[in-house]
Design a protein around this ligand. Structure first.
Ligand SMILES: Cc1cc2nc3c(=O)[nH]c(=O)nc-3n(C[C@H](O)[C@H](O)[C@H](O)COP(=O)(O)OP(=O)(O)OC[C@H]3O[C@@H](n4cnc5c(N)ncnc54)[C@H](O)[C@@H]3O)c2cc1C
Length: 454
């Protein structure tokens, strides 16, 4: 009988003195289903990782040895990227076991965690201790190290992306040494949105703030005209705001999600907002989907980590089958982008499940999609059919290109590498930093060589 992946892994684990789980290198045939690859698939199951060997070291020393020995190596986070940014044909290192809360420093308002910790797990621990993070993405399932790598973000005019929470980070270099940078150190701004290109991140120190509660309301039926005419007013109307839309003329699927911080003051939510009506039931970002997976709405007060994301930790987020793309455009161009996307509504109707519009505060992190100025993020949840999606995505990118759109590092794009590279003014400095830290390109992969180092 062939061993199942799990039993095979357990077998190798118990059989190797160093407890390096390195199946693939130890045996030519390691999985019952070879189409799953030794490292399995990404979250969307849109591709199988191409790694020859998959390792899950249990200690930092084992991790250091592995990195030292490997010629080419990549870390795998929570598998939620749609791009192949985490992929490799060589050694892949799973990091979800590095998920400890290392230190909660209440005096300096920081928390240090293993890079493999999921935001959802961290949030619960922080909240119990009376603390919070300033923001979260739409889902809490993603890992800290993997999320800051791609400048993952939530929403809010005053909220930077999740990488802006980073006060310090520690990683294993190409030589297998441990190194650390803290905010204020030279090159810190270059290392935070690391794209997985600088080393294996082991620990991340994040800013925290006192825990807070949030009330969430959804308004259904925002018209395209109201969205364009009142863009700033809509996005400044709560701590975190999202607009979901299918870009069609009938505003049935266009909703405003408001996440208000609860303060001591009395609060009464209006029944109507720019023509959209306050929902009288909990909804999913796609209004006619089952709302069970969504964070509670209708003004029910709850802790920050059960309201800031759209999806609850205990459910699979989003839709059953999807691909995603997202583009960041300087805020001054937001209304123009909305006009362009309405112009493509017939083409979008063929392949789009839903779009989300969010605002992200500008930052100074070199490879951040919000580098330099405030951005508006235009997200697309596509049907899971790349050939059909690709044709429409190209049209979207053509419209957004003159406005300097930057694609999300973890999502899908058809943009040429030279176009993408030109969108990041600090890319030459990032390449220099990577070359200093990793002169042989140990942490490169096809994705990075195409878009960053090519
Ligand atoms: C349903 C869904 C909803 C999403 N919502 C949002 C959203 O609201 N906002 C948003 O911005 N994005 C969103 N995303 C995209 C997602 O947040 C990003 O792709 C994120 O990078 C995924 O993190 P991960 O932990 O899954 O890392 P992975 O996808 O596994 O890896 C991402 C990158 O990080 C590197 N990496 C991971 N861990 C380490 C480590 N320890 N050391 C070095 N490198 C490492 C990998 O090599 C890779 O380069 C969503 C994705 C899905 C599937």
């Amino acid at each position: 009988m062939k061993p199942s992946p799990v039993s095979r892994r357990q077998f190798i684990k118990s059989a190797t003195a160093a407890s390096l789980v390195s199946y693939g290198s130890l045996s030519g045939q390691v999985l019952a289903d070879p189409s799953q690859g030794v490292a399995g698939k990404n979250w969307a199951e849109s591709f199988t990782y191409g790694a020859a060997r998959f390792h899950q070291p249990e200690t930092i020393d084992e991790l250091r040895k592995l990195v030292r020995r490997s010629r080419r190596v990549k870390a795998l986070g929570g598998r939620h990227s749609f791009s192949r940014i985490a992929d490799t044909e060589a050694d892949m290192i799973g990091t979800s076991q590095f998920n400890q809360l290392i230190e909660l420093d209440t005096k300096n308002r920081t928390v240090s965690v293993g890079a493999g910790m999921k935001y959802g797990d961290l949030a619960e621990r922080l909240h119990k201790a009376g603390f919070a993070l300033h923001n979260l993405a739409s889902l809490p399932h993603i890992q800290v190290g993997g999320s800051i790598a791609t400048a993952t973000h939530g929403s809010g005019d005053g909220n930077g992306n999740l990488a802006t929470q980073v006060r310090g980070l520690e990683w294993v270099t190409a030589e297998g040494e441990l190194t650390r940078l803290n905010r204020g150190d030279p090159n810190f701004e270059g290392a935070v949105v690391h794209l997985g290109a600088l080393g294996l991140i082991t620990h991340v120190t994040l800013d925290i703030l006192p825990a807070f509660d949030v009330r969430q309301y959804v308004y259904i039926g925002l018209s395209p005209d109201q969205l364009q005419a009142n863009f700033d007013a809509i996005f400044s109307s709560a701590y975190s705001v999202s607009v979901f839309t299918d870009w069609q003329q009938d505003p049935g699927l266009t909703t405003i999600w408001l996440k208000h911080k609860v303060s001591g003051k009395a609060f009464k939510a209006p029944t109507e907002l720019f023509g959209a009506q306050r929902a009288a039931r909990h909804v999913h970002p796609i209004v006619n989907y089952d709302a069970e997976v969504s964070t509670p709405q209708m003004g029910v007060v709850g802790p920050w980590f059960r309201r800031l994301p759209h999806f609850l930790m205990e459910f699979r987020p989003s839709t059953a089958a999807e691909l995603q793309s997202e583009f960041f455009v300087a805020r001054k161009h937001a209304v123009a982008v909305i006009g362009e996307l309405h112009g493509l509504r017939r083409e979008l109707a063929e392949v789009l499940q839903i779009s989300e519009i969010r605002t992200v505060k500008g930052d100074d992190l070199w490879m951040s999609s919000a580098y330099g100025e405030n951005q508006v993020a235009f997200h697309f949840t596509w049907i899971k059919d790349w050939l059909r999606v690709q044709a429409v995505l190209t049209l979207v990118e053509e419209k957004l290109a003159p406005l300097g759109a930057r694609p999300h590092w973890g999502k899908l794009t058809t943009m040429g590498p030279e176009v993408l590279r030109a969108r990041y003014p600090k890319l030459p400095e990032f390449r220099q930093l990577a070359a200093q830290l990793d002169p042989t390109g140990k942490f490169h992969n096809d994705y990075l060589e195409k878009y960053v180092f090519g």
